[in-house]
Design a protein around this ligand. Structure first.
Ligand code: PLP
Length: 378
């Protein structure tokens, strides 16, 4: 830090310089985040100083967190008549860490392992390291859903939990959660569903899936408002079927205004909770459905147009994530980048991964398709 301060105008000028280097979302097809809804931004700024980590000081924000939890609980088919055991996290990584932490603590073993799909998000690699839990990666089938026989073959007496993904990061696929639940119930094992992305998509698409608390063996769910929920960052949600499971996370907080804390972080953004509340309250189910269905419509256009120049998806998209089989993929990615687009590559199989988020308009998509066609032909 400099000894002397800097006049506000100069500080603003210097942050604006940095801002200019940032990309805007409109040409980004690689991210699961998007421009937050303006009402979310308004609410976030209004609650900018609020700390849910010391919520006794911010009872209004705590009330808002409760309302968000109620709204998310309805998306997740949380058993009615019970107050949800849940809190708002910083996102999918924190939620997944905390869920696996619970699963590990519930089972008495020195050598804990969890069985996750090979398609799981890399947050689980962090989890293995942080929590000292062995990761056992189950194969996926031709549709890139976790293979139940492979899951079963990896379970042993030290298995503390199974994980299913409802909306995989790379392919937008939904694992067979009902089948995983059957295994979990039979073996008496914890089952966590990572719906960080899909949690805000699956309730709004035509096809119906078993993926949430309606499925008996599901113990906990991750759902992220800062992805398809169009909230401000950081906004995640973590839900437990049983309060006693969440209690495994409880830490005494002697000098704060509240007596206990469940979250991984201490200080926690009240702004993001308010942002989430505002956007969900404003859009309602109908508004969210419109947003999701528009993303799905554009995804279909992309798939159809790509087929017209001989490019096909690895799997038929289930949601607004497409992985396209593209020859000479590295060159195509570079070519698209030169034209201003940001795209990404899936791990296995290697394919061009595109996420059609709410910031992509039909006009932008058609510009992308033109550039994509030229790049492929070029
Ligand atoms: N889980 C899934 C399925 C994801 O797609 C992601 C991120 O894209 C995460 C977890 C991690 O979420 P975050 O980046 O909010 O920590």
């Amino acid at each position: 830090m400099d000894e002397a301060g800097t006049p506000i105008e100069e500080v603003i000028a210097s942050i604006e310089e940095a801002k200019k280097k940032d990309l805007t979302y409109d040409h980004i097809l690689s991210s699961m985040c998007t421009d937050p809804h303006p009402i979310a931004v308004h609410a976030h700024v209004r609650f900018i100083e609020s700390n849910l980590g010391d919520s006794g000081l911010f009872p209004g924000t705590k009330e808002i967190e409760g309302r968000v939890i109620e709204m998310l609980a309805s998306l997740l088919n949380y058993p009615s008549g019970t107050e949800p055991a849940a809190y708002l996290t910083t996102g999918g990584t924190e939620s997944n860490i905390q869920a696996v932490r619970v699963a590990r603590n519930l089972k008495n073993t020195d050598k804990p392992n969890i069985v996750i799909p090979a398609s799981a998000h890399f947050s689980f690699d962090k989890i293995g390291d942080i929590l000292r839990v062995e990761l056992r990666k189950a194969d996926v089938d031709n549709d890139l859903k976790v293979d139940i026989a492979s899951v079963e073959s990896l379970i042993d007496e030290n298995t503390v939990g199974l994980v299913g993904i409802a909306g995989t990061t790379e392919f937008g696929q939904i694992d067979p959660i009902k089948e995983l639940s059957d295994v979990a119930l039979r073996e008496g094992i914890y089952l966590h569903v990572d719906a960080a992305f899909g949690g805000f998509v699956i309730p709004f698409i035509e096809e119906k899936y078993d993926w949430n608390f309606k499925v008996e063996g599901v113990s906990s769910i991750t759902i992220d408002p800062h992805k398809m929920g169009m909230s401000t960052i950081p906004s995640g949600g973590l839900f437990f079927r049983r309060q006693e499971d969440m209690d495994e996370l409880s830490i005494d907080t002697p000098y704060l205004s509240t007596k206990q804390q469940y979250s991984l972080t201490g200080t926690r953004s009240g702004g993001a909770a308010a942002g989430t509340y505002a956007v969900l309250k404003h859009l309602g189910m109908r508004g969210m459905r419109e947003v999701v269905q528009e993303c799905i419509r554009l995804t279909r256009i992309l798939v159809e147009e790509a087929a017209s120049f001989g490019i096909y998806p690895v799997i038929n998209p289930v949601m607004n994530v497409v992985a396209l089989e593209v020859p000479d993929i590295d060159a195509v990615v570079v070519g698209l980048m030169r034209r201003g687009w940001r795209v990404s590559i899936s791990r296995v199989p290697r394919a061009l991964r595109l996420v059609i988020m709410p910031h992509i308009s039909e006009e932008t998509l058609r510009l992308f398709i033109d550039d994509f066609r030229d790049t492929i032909k070029g």
